[in-house]
Design a protein around this ligand. Structure first.
Ligand SMILES: Cc1cc2nc3c(=O)[nH]c(=O)nc-3n(C[C@H](O)[C@H](O)[C@H](O)COP(=O)(O)O)c2cc1C
Length: 209
């Protein structure tokens, strides 16, 4: 099983969502030292902002692209390819200003491509083409908002990932990161326990299959 991990915090080694991802990676490698895990850190190395040039390049037919447009499409192609190759995808996503980091939004904008990651059926119904993935979204937030109207990240990501075909999506939230040391430690510990339980469940399911 190939695992792709996308980190998107701007806080480097102090990142709580990265701590959750590191925990998951350690558990995956402990249970299978040969497991293939690829990590992309778009907080440290951001995907370029999705602007008019990017959209222009992606909408231009291959034969008409300038060298600069080819370079832009190659980046998008490589992001899509690594996503398609993965069996399990882990998105480590902090909450900044009520939603996901701009870096992660830009990443998603580079992935959403008609005819590549989604298409419209002859009836005009959208169909996601990134299918058969097990997806974990590991979030960290300063307050406690999961499941409340203030949590605008979870419904947005569920919608967006679902649109691209990712329907098996499980959210794990470390909450209370800015509510004092005890609350933060507790929030991270609970999230790690949940990750352990989810991985144990996955192992059981694949044994049974
Ligand atoms: C720029 C910025 C904006 C933030 N906005 C929110 C917010 O809207 N709601 C919240 O609960 N926490 C907010 N926080 C706290 C973060 O969610 C918290 O620090 C979390 O640990 C971030 O994940 P990370 O450590 O992986 O970067 C914000 C933090 C930063 C740096």
């Amino acid at each position: 099983m190939k695992t792709l991990v996308i980190l998107s915090s701007i806080l480097g080694e102090r990142s709580n969502s990265k701590q959750l991802a590191d925990h998951l990676i350690a558990r995956v490698k402990a249970s299978n030292p040969a497991a293939i895990v690829k990590v992309r850190d778009i907080g440290a190395q951001p995907i370029p902002y999705f602007d008019g040039n990017t959209a222009g390049a992606l909408f231009t037919p291959a034969e008409g692209r300038s060298v600069e447009q080819q370079r832009i499409v190659e980046l998008s192609d490589s992001l899509v390819a690594e996503l398609m190759e993965a069996d399990r995808i882990v998105f480590a996503v902090p909450v900044y200003n009520f939603n996901l980091p701009a870096q992660f939004k830009s990443y998603l904008d580079h992935l959403a491509r008609a005819g590549v990651t989604f298409r419209y059926t002859p009836e005009g119904v959208p169909e996601g083409l990134v299918k058969g993935k097990q997806v974990f979204v590991l979030t960290a937030r300063g307050g406690k908002a999961e499941g409340t109207p203030s949590d605008t990240l979870t419904p947005y990501l569920r919608q967006m990932l679902g649109f691209l075909g990712m329907s098996d999506v499980t959210f794990v939230a470390a909450e209370g990161m800015a509510m004092g040391e005890v609350a933060a430690l507790e929030g991270v510990a609970q999230a790690k326990q949940r990750i352990d339980a989810l991985l144990a469940e996955t192992a059981q399911t694949s044994l049974a299959a």
